[in-house]
Design a protein around this ligand. Sequence first.
Ligand code: VGL
Ligand code: ZN
Length: 243
Amino acid sequence: MKTHPSLLSRRVLLQSLAAGAATAALPLRAAAKFKPGATAALLVVDVQNCFVTGGTLPVAKGEEVVPVINKLSAAFANIVVTQDWHTAGHASFASSYAGKKPFETTALKYGTQVLWPDHCVQGTEDAALHKDLKLPTAQLIVRKGYNKGVDSYSAFQEADRKTVTGLAGYLKARGIKTVYVTGLATDFCVAWTAMDARAAGFEVLVVEDACRAIDLNGSLAAAWKQMTAKGVKRIQSGDIELA
Ligand code: VGL
Ligand code: ZN
């Protein structure tokens, strides 16, 4: 017998009430996890010797991201790794300017540049990826910051805001729509990479506990504020369903 339309809608209503009651009875039920599918990529930013304990620009507890990222990698079909890859005498090094010390700033053509200790010089052990980073399924390594006069915190675009690395084109050509960003440092290369990924049209999630920060003069809080304003989502590694 054909169900009368009014009975059908009554049944749907009762079902949804029951579903609502079940949800209310289980207030501590875990939130649905993120499931990175075929159109998601994991970006692993600058997990290099220079940015961990013993490196030339150590980020406090930087090495702690390694096991978190290794574990997360199981959830991703697409993985891209980046390396800060400076020429010797790079414009972002304090040692390139008479009378300048690391963590001071200078005015360059493209704007204010923070000056860093010499770090991640091309081909050195300091610039190598952390030895415990195990990402055998990663498909691409993007090296950035190799133009002597221009820094590149972002994996997408250099600090002149004009020169691109090609990463947006690569991800788009491969059908990637969503990027999960991890690595070092939250408030510099991770933040700039995440914001540029948004600007390039990707959905962007930064995995907070898979990152560590430099936090120079309040830079970490400022970075989260800017990222959030640009629509970057802040999540934890436990929010991602492992494959
Ligand atoms: C970075 C400062 C200078 C980073 C790179 O990877 O966050 N920070 N170069
Ligand atoms: Zn650098």
